[in-house]
Write a protein that binds this ligand. Structure first.
Ligand code: PLP
Length: 284
């Protein structure tokens, strides 16, 4: 496995970072995961734009543009086989000489990237696709969830809650009992042919897949779309429930908190949405 670290490509076994790296000590960094199928990156420019927004939000200055990142990504794809890959891109604030909370003045960010195998994208067939089960719990993370921070303990703990309950994901709601997102995915709800997802704010990550799904469905124009707060009562009464993420695309959920979602089978609207997504994702 060939990775990129400190400006160079090297085997993973030779990649070393300082224990004084603020990414290690504080989770002080920003990351992205970009999918690539057959050496074709999906939504690359959108991912780099979000990464730059995150770096700006936390005050990391990095002299790298989308072409620099694309060059690294394409090299990693070349060096690691061209199958179904996730490209992990990571920037931490860098290694300091001491552990101290304040941002150091002159610090060189640490840039790390590697490629890992991801599952083949879902086939848009409701009888063959993997069916997901989820549980729900109150969102106990912080109030800056729009930042794709490497400080993921809150997400990790929520994901683990689902694991221990024997399901695939944990969907989260705020103190007003409104859906936010899942521990590593955005969430969509379908009711009476209307597709809904929570609006973008500080409670959720602006998912690239979420944005692409919305854009593709709006351009198609056959279904009604709403970005609005969704109560958990509505989530429990949904006809269909989907998770979206770069590595999952649109994942149909058939069980929520031990109860069937809708009729307990993958829905027709999911099949339409995933068909449109599969056909259009390489335009992003
Ligand atoms: N929400 C969270 C908390 C995530 O970690 C992710 C990333 O996988 C997503 C949503 C989905 O984002 P994207 O579609 O950009 O992969």
């Amino acid at each position: 496995n060939i990775v990129f670290l400190h400006g160079q490509f090297m085997p993973m076994s030779e990649a070393k970072i300082s224990p004084m790296d603020r990414g290690f000590l504080f989770g002080d960094g920003i990351y992205e995961v970009v999918p690539s199928y057959d050496a074709k990156l999906v939504g690359f420019g959108l991912h780099i734009e979000r990464m730059q927004n995150g770096l700006d939000a936390i005050g990391i200055k990095l002299n790298m543009g989308v072409d620099d990142w694309r060059n690294i990504a394409q090299n990693l794809i070349e060096k690691n086989g061209k199958g179904n890959l996730g490209l992990y891109l990571h920037v931490s604030r860098g290694a300091d000489v001491k552990r101290f909370h304040a941002f150091p003045e002159n610090i060189q960010p640490t840039v790390f990237a590697y490629a890992f195998t991801i599952p083949a994208p879902p086939i848009a067939d409701k009888l063959k696709v993997k069916q997901y089960s989820v549980t729900s719990t109150e969102d106990l993370r912080w109030k800056r969830c729009q930042i794709k921070s490497t400080s993921l303990l809150g997400n990790v703990m929520h994901f683990q809650q689902g694991r221990e309950a024997g399901v695939d994901e944990t969907i989260l709601y705020n103190q007003r009992d409104e859906l936010t997102e899942a521990s590593a995915c955005n969430v969509f709800v379908v009711k009476n042919d209307v597709i809904m997802t929570p609006p973008l704010d500080n409670q959720l990550l602006p998912g690239i897949t979420r944005n692409m799904v919305l854009d593709i469905l709006r351009k198609d124009g056959t279904l009604h779309i709403q970005e609005r707060p969704i109560s958990m009562t509505e989530v429990h009464a949904a006809d269909e429930l989907w998770l979206t993420s770069s590595s999952k695309e649109i994942a149909p959920v058939v069980e929520l908190d031990g109860q069937p979602v809708g009729n307990g089978r993958v829905g027709d609207i999911w099949q339409l949405a995933q068909t449109l997504y599969s056909a259009n994702k390489h335009n992003y």
